[in-house]
Structure formats: structure tokens, C-alpha cells
Design a protein around this ligand. Structure first.
Ligand code: PLP
Length: 397
């Protein structure tokens, strides 16, 4: 079957939940992907902030292959070395004391929502079950996480929603304060909104939410599904701010493309998860935990965080050069290699034009170009994309 026939077949047999680009990808190496027709692309999407160490990382590939020949899966009724080692690593490198493993971002957030409720049930306050979330947020596609998500388009068609979430404007501390009632158990947010258009917190906002939660005796939950695992130049985005959350969720880049999610919490909170209160068949299985262990080792030992910070700043500076040339560029924002370029025009045609020139980029919220390449991307690859964008913007102007 050639590309055309494959796409025709896909459109008959796969649910139509994605508007896909008409290419069939077959192979990757580092920041490069190749399609069925033999065309190559520099990948500035990385599976949407998943393949932080690039494609076909030799160390990760070897670790997966070795582990696959030893033990892929056993029930969480038993202990396995990779899961223990990964949990230990995450605890040592974060604010948290305990880790619950699952398989996706939505599942990690479901776990966080359940834990926040259970924590207050255990303290004799079952009336505290509501969670304040943010406009423009994205927390997943399960019923609870889509209800938590502050975007009407994600709710559409699935009402009635889970009535547990009070959605307030992002970056508005006063709105969060005013939304707290005797029923509130937590505030949950992404420290930098990803799907919402790479929206960064205003100075003092996250610290203000921390103070607010402490004063009100409620929990602060950070959804670091997109911002975690080095994406912003630090292992976790909260490290950029003078505070820590009570619960943090991870997924996406945790195992560089194998499905893995995690929910981390401090001991006093995590203690509300007891045998039987939550579970996952595949969570933290030896194969994915082994891959994730290799990921975290690479993040700290292969200079990946430093590269992310340096190339991220370089990338933003080059985009600022473009902004000074083209009126349709409104804003350059983000941290590390989570970068947004806000446009006054539609972004989809620019994504398409970039693809035609051999660059995969992403657009969110119709007019925010989002750049989320592997964290190993080089300045020369950024330069090549900038040349491409420059010529596209020149044609538009
Ligand atoms: C911040 C955030 N939370 C949760 C999710 C959902 O993750 P998953 O698609 O793995 O369920 C995403 C996915 O884009 C995300 O960006």
C-alpha cells in the first residue's frame, strides 16, 4: 500500500478523532523523522512534548530491548526493581514523597482529583470536593479531566459534565480567592498552560496561589504533564518559582514515548491512597519504568536540561527577531523549549507551509504556533526553521 492507499484505509478504520496531516511516518532519529515517501522532516513537535530525548535514542532503545526480553509486565500485586528505582529517583528529585504510576496524563490527573477528595474525606470534611481550575486549561479527555478543563470546545457534546470544578480566569489571583467556598478542596492548574496557547504565569501568581491554599487549608495541584521532565529547562516547571505544590502530575515525556503517567504527592496527602482506593493494571510496569529510568538518567547526565535552556533562549531570541520584522507576530513566550508565537493571523496555513519545507511544527488555539522540539535540538536546526518561517511570513506580508 502506498501513502495514499494507507491514508484512505486509515480514514475507513480509525475513529476520526484527529485531523491528521497527509503523511505516514515510518522512522525517526534524534530530531529527524522520515515518511513513507522518503521525505525527511525536522521535528519541532516531538509527539507533542513527549520525545524529549528525540527519536530512537540508542540508550533508551537498548534498555527497552533488554527489559523486553526479561520481563514486560507483572501485576502491581508484586514488586519490581524498575518501578522502585524510578519512584525513588522521582522522590529524590522533587518535592514529593510518594508516586502513583499510571499510563497517561488524564489518568494522572484523575488520580490527583481522587486523592484531593479522599484527603478531605479522611479528615472528616466530605463536603470539600470541588476543585478550582483555570480558563484555557487542559487536563485530559476522561469525563472528570475534561470537566476540569477550562475550554468549552472540549466539553461540547459530552454534557452533563462532572459537577466538581469551578473554572476561573488564569493569572487572576483575586478570582481564585473569590471562588473558594467551604466545598473547595484544591486548586489545580498547569504552571504554564500548554494547549491553552503557551500562557505563562504572571510574576507572583503561582506563589500567591500557594499562599492562598495554605491560608485556606486546601491543596495545590500542578498538572506538569506537558511542562515536566525538563521541558522548561528544569526537571519540573515549579522549580522556576519559589514554591512547591502538594500534588504534581506527569506523563508525556516521562518514558520518551512509551505510555506512562505518574502522580506525585507529599506524604501527608499521599497517605490517603490506601490498598484498594486506586489502581492501574499497567501503571509502572517494568518495561515502561525501565525506559523512564533511562530517560531521567539522560536528562541529568547528558546535559539535556542545559541544552534546553540554552537553545530555548536562542530560539526565543530568533523568534523575537522575526517579531520585529512582521506585524502579524504579536508575542513570543514560553520557557525552555515550550515556546509559543502568538499571531494575529491563522496558524494552520503556516504549519502546512512549514511541513512542505520539511519542518513539523504545531499550532494551538488557531493562532498560536507552538514549538516543542526534542530537548536535544541544536541551534543550527533552529536557524533552519527560522529561515523557513522568515520566507513564509514575508509571503504573507
Ligand atoms: C497539561 C496536560 N494535562 C493533561 C494532558 C492529557 O494527557 P494524555 O493525553 O496523556 O491523557 C495533556 C495532554 O496534552 C496536557 O497537556
Amino acid at each position: 500500500m502506498d501513502t495514499h492507499a494507507l491514508i484512505e484505509k486509515a480514514d475507513q478504520v480509525i475513529t476520526a478523532t484527529y485531523t491528521r496531516f497527509p503523511i505516514v511516518l515510518v522512522q525517526g532519529e534524534g530530531c529527524t523523522l522520515r515518511d513513507e515517501r522518503g521525505r525527511t522532516y525536522t521535528d519541532f513537535v516531538a509527539g507533542i512534548a513527549v520525545c524529549n530525548l528525540g527519536h530512537a535514542h540508542p540508550g533508551i532503545a537498548r534498555a527497552i530491548a533488554d527489559q523486553a526480553q526479561r520481563l514486560v509486565h507483572v501485576s502491581n500485586l508484586y514488586y519490581t526493581r524498575p518501578q522502585i528505582a524510578l519512584a525513588e529517583w522521582l522522590v529524590e528529585h522533587s518535592f514529593a514523597d510518594r508516586v502513583f504510576f499510571c499510563n497517561s496524563g488524564a489518568e494522572a490527573n484523575e488520580a490527583a482529583i481522587k486523592l484531593a477528595r479522599k484527603y478531605f474525606k479522611d479528615r472528616g470534611a466530605p463536603e470539600r470536593f470541588r476543585i478550582i481550575t483555570m480558563e484555557g486549561s487542559f487536563h485530559g479527555r476522561t469525563m472528570a479531566t475534561l470537566s476540569a478543563t477550562g475550554q468549552a470546545k472540549i466539553h461540547k457534546g459530552f454534557e452533563p459534565l462532572v459537577d466538581s470544578f469551578d473554572i476561573v480566569p488564569f493569572n487572576d489571583l483575586e478570582a481564585a480567592r473569590n471562588a473558594i467556598t467551604p466545598e473547595t478542596c484544591a486548586i489545580m492548574l498547569e504552571p504554564i498552560q500548554g494547549e491553552g496557547g503557551v500562557r505563562c504565569p504572571a510574576p507572583g501568581y503561582l506563589e500567591g496561589l500557594r499562599e492562598l491554599c495554605d491560608r485556606e487549608g486546601i491543596l495545590l495541584v500542578f498538572d506538569e504533564v506537558q511542562t515536566g521532565m525538563g521541558r522548561t529547562g528544569k526537571l519540573f516547571a515549579y522549580e522556576h518559582f519559589a514554591m512547591t505544590p502538594d500534588i504534581m502530575t506527569l506523563a508525556k515525556a516521562l518514558a520518551n514515548g512509551l505510555p506512562m503517567g505518574a502522580m506525585l504527592a507529599k506524604e501527608a496527602v499521599a497517605a490517603s491512597f490506601t490498598p484498594g482506593s486506586h489502581a492501574s493494571t499497567f501503571g509502572g510496569t517494568p518495561l515502561v519504568a525501565t525506559a523512564a529510568l533511562r530517560v531521567v538518567k539522560a536528562l541529568v547526565e547528558e546535559g539535556v536540561l542545559q541544552n534546553c535552556e540554552r537553545v530555548g533562549q536562542y530560539f526565543k531570541d530568533r523568534l523575537l527577531d522575526l517579531k520585529s520584522k512582521y506585524a502579524c507576530i504579536q508575542d513570543v513566550r514560553g520557557k525552555g523549549l515550550l515556546i509559543g508565537l502568538a499571531l494575529t493571523c491563522d496558524g494552520a496555513s503556516i504549519v502546512k507551509a512549514c511541513m512542505d519545507e520539511g519542518f513539523l511544527i504545531n499550532c494551538t488555539q488557531e493562532h498560536i504556533l507552538r514549538f516543542i522540539p526534542p530537548l536535544i535540538v541544536r541551534e543550527a536546526q533552529v536557524d533552519a526553521l527560522i529561515v523557513c518561517l522568515d520566507s513564509i511570513f514575508e509571503k504573507i506580508a
